[in-house]
Design a protein around this ligand. Structure first.
Ligand code: HEM
Ligand code: NAG
Ligand code: NAG
Length: 610
């Protein structure tokens, strides 16, 4: 019989904790047997069980003492502590989990930053964790002392079911190998892929127009998720899943009465392996995100079986034939070349025009597991992040018609009303880039992240002595919080204003302190797809604004209970302004979708401007 993840965890715990009672019981037995002591059975039991909390207590005390004396030796301090009220600070764990599920992202840590400073610690179940939004600290863990802060075993274990060991989910030499293998694919001349974006963007926009003309609001988040999924599956492994061919969801109050009702809901039809793949991958992704949130004790939620397994089987059923076909083609090519006795001109590092990531990877390895993991790693890294950013870009544009107007003017002037944007033109569009940057500042697609210290280390502290970090301690950092704080961005930090990336505020805040803006991370593990993402998002936004001239949010179309709770409205800063409810798992998203209506440009209206 195979044990489930939770069962294994509990068993390990019992074995570890069990040795003390066993020791006490054995001692009692020996004393009774050889020394003739008559100890009553209840006393032995009590004594045996009592050793567990005692051993835990002593171990914790020793560890604290070690940590404090090590800090003193280094002339450093221990980060100020967020102290909870319940045993083991379980109330903090509760607050964090509850905040993740139902709160506004980052709320639970924001007040503590005000109270304790930008770096503090909290100890849940006597563990030791550090939390920061200080750009100097984030710079230390991501860049200057990169080798001392890794993703770590725990994160890798939580994500393993989904990602195996790919570039996103490995450390050390394994990570280096993956990164150097995948990196050339994202080199400059490869990252345009404009023909592909054009096709999928066109399909998405046609779908939108059709639905809007019929008089319905659309869920833009759902739509761009399909766009990024179709694009990604095509450029990653050359087999587009065509999620844009399925029916788009309808506003909720139509679902019951609409003639389309039966086909509105899921993106899957049972018959279609490609769509089943997409859904299974999303479900497994959510599951792993939950695991990361639970921390060390995630297996307790999966006692008997690994819940991801059935979904990953669906993923693999779709992916494996594709991988095998790529390998078959490779060996066929090699046989032909051998027969002709010629060597192909481009070697391993040469990149061909319409090459997929998979075509690229088979030049390095024929290991099915490596190919499988790497392709899924990039799908995870590149798909939701891009869809999220496009969703929030449009959310903000719909709330700020003046920005939309200016951006549209730039699009019409630089690209024209119908022309296809090129790489060179996109590079010149400064306002578009500022709009994307401002979106990534207020709504970074990866709002929270975590690293694990390898050895002990010191973190900078603007309030005085450096902060001591013991070995094997998780350091969480929130780019979300950092991007919104006045001490780094100035008094209007919570306002949406793309001009801050263009006017004197750049020189005042960003140029002297570039680590205050980290939507793509920094250091050796900086996002591999940054340029790719800017291109894909720019391309989509340009085509969107060529076709639509006005947008408005349609909160009435969302399912009941999905809108922000009433209390939010009175909150200061952005929270009080939200028209939908942002939430975060591994990436940020909008609860229940992001519903909008848009006004399509009349055909002759654009012709006039040509
Ligand atoms: C707006 C879009 C995107 C954002 C905000 C974003 C953000 C990030 C962030 C924050 C990380 C660091 C994660 C970590 O180390 O914990 C990362 C890593 C990565 N990203 Fe992106 N990303 C985006 C789009 C893409 C795209 C389109 C691709 C590829 C097609 C991609 C590929 C990767 C890869 C491979 C890594 C792992 C790099 C490594 O660990 O060495 N990303 N991204
Ligand atoms: C759905 O909601 C919209 C906006 O509140 C309303 O105009 C429309 O009549 C509703 N439709 C149905 C079928 O209830
Ligand atoms: C946007 O941010 C990137 C860094 O991620 C920077 O290189 C670029 O100059 C910024 N562009 C504008 C217009 O703000």
């Amino acid at each position: 019989m195979e044990l489930g993840p939770g069962e294994r965890l509990v068993l390990r715990g019992l074995l570890t904790a069990g040795k003390y009672p066993v020791l006490v019981a054995s001692a009692a037995y020996l004393l009774n047997h050889y020394a003739g002591w008559d100890i009553p059975a209840w006393a032995v039991c009590l004594g045996a069980l009592g050793t567990i909390p005692l051993a835990v207590f002593v171990a914790i005390r020793i560890r604290y003492w070690q940590v404090f004396s090590a800090a003193a030796r280094h002339g450093a301090i221990i980060a100020p502590q967020w102290t909870g009220k319940w045993l083991g600070n379980l109330d903090i764990l509760y607050l964090i989990l509850e905040g993740y599920r139902n709160g506004y992202p980052g709320d639970f840590l924001w007040e503590k930053f005000n109270e304790l400073g930008p770096t503090y610690r909290f100890n849940v179940l006597w563990g030791f964790g550090i939390l920061t939004c200080d750009p100097a600290v984030i710079k230390t863990i991501l860049a200057t002392e990169f080798q001392n802060y890794e993703k770590g075993e725990m994160f890798q274990e939580q994500m393993h079911a989904l990602l195996g060991t790919g570039v996103f989910n490995s450390d050390g030499d394994m990570w280096k190998w993956h990164r150097s293998m995948t990196r050339p694919f994202f080199s400059k001349d490869r990252i345009s892929h404009f023909e592909l974006f054009d096709r999928h963007a066109e399909a998405a926009l046609n779908k939108m127009s059709e639905r809007l003309r019929a008089g319905y609001a659309i869920d833009f988040q759902d739509l761009v998720s399909r766009f990024t999924l179709d694009s990604a599956t095509e450029f990653l492994f050359g087999a587009c899943v065509h999620s844009l061919r399925s029916t788009l969801p309808f506003p909720y109050n139509l679902s019951a009465s609409s003639p389309f009702a039966a086909s509105t809901m899921p993106l899957v039809s049972e018959h279609d392996k490609a769509e089943a793949f997409a859904t299974a991958f999303s479900v497994a992704e959510h599951l792993c995100a939950e695991r990361v949130m639970m921390g060390k004790i995630w297996p307790l939620w999966e006692m008997r079986k690994d819940k991801s397994r059935e979904h990953m089987r669906v993923v693999d059923e779709y992916l494996h034939p594709i991988l095998e076909e790529a390998l078959r083609k490779k060996s066929q090519r090699e046989r032909e070349e051998k027969a002709k006795g010629e060597k192909r001109p481009e070697e391993v590092d040469g990149i061909e025009e319409e090459e997929t990531l998979l075509d690229h990877l088979v030049k390095f390895t024929s290991d099915l597991t490596v190919l499988h993991d790497e392709v899924l790693n990039i799908l995870l890294a590149g798909r939701d992040t891009t869809a999220t950013t496009l969703t929030f870009a449009v959310y903000l544009l719909a709330m700020h018609p003046e920005v939309l107007g200016r951006l549209r003017t730039e699009v019409l002037e630089k690209v024209g009303p119908k022309q296809r944007p090129t790489y060179a033109i996109i590079k010149e569009m400064r306002y578009l880039r500022a709009v994307i940057n401002e979106t990534l500042r207020l709504y970074p697609a990866v709002p929270f992240n975590i690293r694990l210290s390898v050895n002990e280390g010191l973190l900078p502290n603007s309030n005085g002595k450096p902060i001591y970090v013991p070995a094997k301690v998780p350091v969480s950092y929130s780019v979300w919080a950092m991007h919104r704080r006045e001490e780094y961005w100035g008094p209007d930090a919570q306002e949406y204003d793309p001009d801050r990336f263009l006017d004197e505020r750049v020189n005042k805040y960003l140029t002297p302190n570039p680590f205050i803006f980290l939507p793509f991370n920094a250091g050796p593990r900086i996002c591999l797809g940054q340029q790719f993402a800017y291109n894909e998002m720019s391309f989509f936004l340009i085509k969107l604004l060529q076709r639509f001239s006005a947008m408005e949010l349609a909160p009435e179309a969302i399912s009941p209970g999905m809108l922000p709770p009433k209390e939010w409205a009175s909150a200061p800063g952005r929270k009080g302004k939200e028209k939908f409810a942002p939430k975060s798992h591994l990436t940020l998203y909008m609860t229940g979708g992001m519903w909008v209506r848009m006004t399509e440009v009349e055909d002759d209206e654009n012709d006039v401007r040509v």
